[in-house]
Design a protein around this ligand. Structure first.
Ligand SMILES: [Zn+2]
Length: 235
């Protein structure tokens, strides 16, 4: 199992792309989020045709801005063409996604198979609704392979959800990818709080411009770790 970020920035960090990751396990490629920069980056790196399943953390534009383009790519640009697969953490969120996609695709069921995440035993979800923004459905996801666990926070205002979840796990190798912010805002985790709440954990921050990192920050960033960045398949 491995994870490579397609982009590591927030909504306005265009130099780093929108935060999204491709998780690979047993030859399957699962894309987590698909903001505006993600479709073009997947094409540039040669991965667009390889996306087997899509997970969405929440419906903010910087996480779904090119989702309809990727869906149409799979349906219209591939030979043989195939429907996109969206893995849904709940029936309510599935309906939410359908409603959202109906604005661009009219009948999303023509282009997308919405499949319950319960059918994919190596991926789990944590409902973080109201914890990023009040009234907004949101989810964190985790991926397991034997003694290894990868945690992907999505956008959330506090790392206590992650800390409490990890208390219940016994995998030997746990890697956490968490959103982080360098100012106190109600929607993202402040870097000091993140370092405190996940002290002792292997944590990497994302959804931020690394050039804004205060020198005293103890949270390493995905953007500065090339081993976690998606490289072109041909390089
Ligand atoms: Zn958001």
């Amino acid at each position: 199992m491995n994870i490579h970020f397609v982009g590591t920035g927030g909504a306005f960090d265009y130099d780093f792309g929108n935060a999204a990751a491709l998780v690979e396990f047993q030859g399957q490629h699962i894309l987590v989020d698909c903001g505006p920069s993600i479709y073009s980056e997947l094409c540039r790196t040669g991965y667009a045709a390889l996306v087997d399943g899509i997970l969405i953390t929440h419906l903010h534009g910087d996480h779904v801005g090119s989702l309809f383009t990727l869906i149409l790519h799979l349906n219209r640009r591939l030979t043989p063409a195939r429907k996109a697969v969206i893995l849904c953490p709940s029936a309510a969120f599935r309906d939410h996604l359908k409603e959202f996609l109906a604005f661009s695709l009219l009948d999303p069921l023509k282009y997308v198979d919405f499949i319950s995440l319960q059918n994919t035993p190596w991926i789990g979800s944590i409902d973080t609704t109201n914890r990023h923004e009040c009234g907004l459905s949101s989810f964190a996801y985790y991926f397991t392979d034997g003694d290894e666990l990868i945690y992907f926070s999505g956008d959330i205002a506090s790392a206590d959800v992650c800390a409490a979840f990890l208390e219940t796990r016994c995998e030997a190798k746990i890697t956490v990818f968490h959103d982080v912010h360098y100012e106190r805002v109600p929607t993202h985790v402040y870097y000091h709080d993140l370092a405190q709440q996940l002290a002792g954990r292997d944590v990497y921050g994302y959804h931020v411009d690394p050039r804004r990192m205060p020198p005293e920050s103890a949270i390493p960033l995905v953007a500065e770790h090339p081993e976690f960045l998606l490289r072109s398949r041909n390089s």
